[in-house]
Design a protein around this ligand. Sequence first.
Ligand code: ASP
Length: 329
Amino acid sequence: MNSKLKTTLLACAAVLTLGAGTQAHSQAAFPDKPVALVVPFAAGGPTDVVARMIAIPMGKALGQTVLVENTVGAGGTIAATRVARATANGYTIFIHHMGMATAPALYKKLSFDPLKDFEYIGQVVDVPMTLLARKDFPAANFAELQTYVKANAGKVTLANAGLGAVSHLCGLLFMSQMGVELNTIPYKGTGPAMNDLLGGQVDLLCDQTTQTVPLIKENRVKVYGVTSLTRLAALPNVPTLHEQGLKGFEVKVWHGMYAPKGTPAPVLEKLNAALRAAMQDPMVKQRLADLSSDIPPLEKMTAAGLKNHLEAEISKWAPVIKKAGIYAD
Ligand code: ASP
């Protein structure tokens, strides 16, 4: 072999070794700068509440700041696309709810594939929902609400956080059970939607207990029922929609944490360990219990646990959404 070729090959080998060494070093040093935790809805909403609650103990476990970044729009799909396209180095991660499973059926042109474009860090929390009205809405209880919406469908407004949001899904299930079409008003998240409900600018909203329990306890909204099949310890006097006649009406909002496809395994292991630490943090456990939210068992806080659940949920919701004839072009 001539000496020029030999020198070139040795140089290539050195670069490759150096590259591999640099990569191994960067993975070992991860994280050596803040980690962005992307939230697909506006600040103040339930997803944002959970993200900001766990960002602190996650940061403690990682030894770095975890910065919550709200990327809003299109029921969470804009944020999902951003993260799917982000550099796969662990510095951009994502928290989203079951909207990750309903998006493939809802959006004909989806710019990401939930099962191909992400790595799975683990399941985070399961949150029930509550059906609310503005304080002075003219229906004192669920029976009166059913009568009122059937007689005044064209006048009643129902807020949601866009196609793919769980408030949208809950609202749809409610309207189909009532056999009515209400005026749905989309927001960038149920944080801003709640502001309008509290201000009396919108009539109804179905939202997660992570945002609504304090407002219900402070008597700032009307509550007609919860979307779990059994009553909630934090709201013992609020009946379920199931016991009030909407048999089987159950919406429990699961959440997962994701990273872009190709994020190195050692980095994912650190992120998973930080998630587990956060979900076992006493303050997080107490606060989520107070907000009627369930922390999944640790075996679900794994890549396989989340991916298997996501696959099952995609299969579960596709026929429901198809039957309801809901989709975005
Ligand atoms: N979870 C969303 C939010 O935090 C609302 C929704 O999905 O309905 O705004």
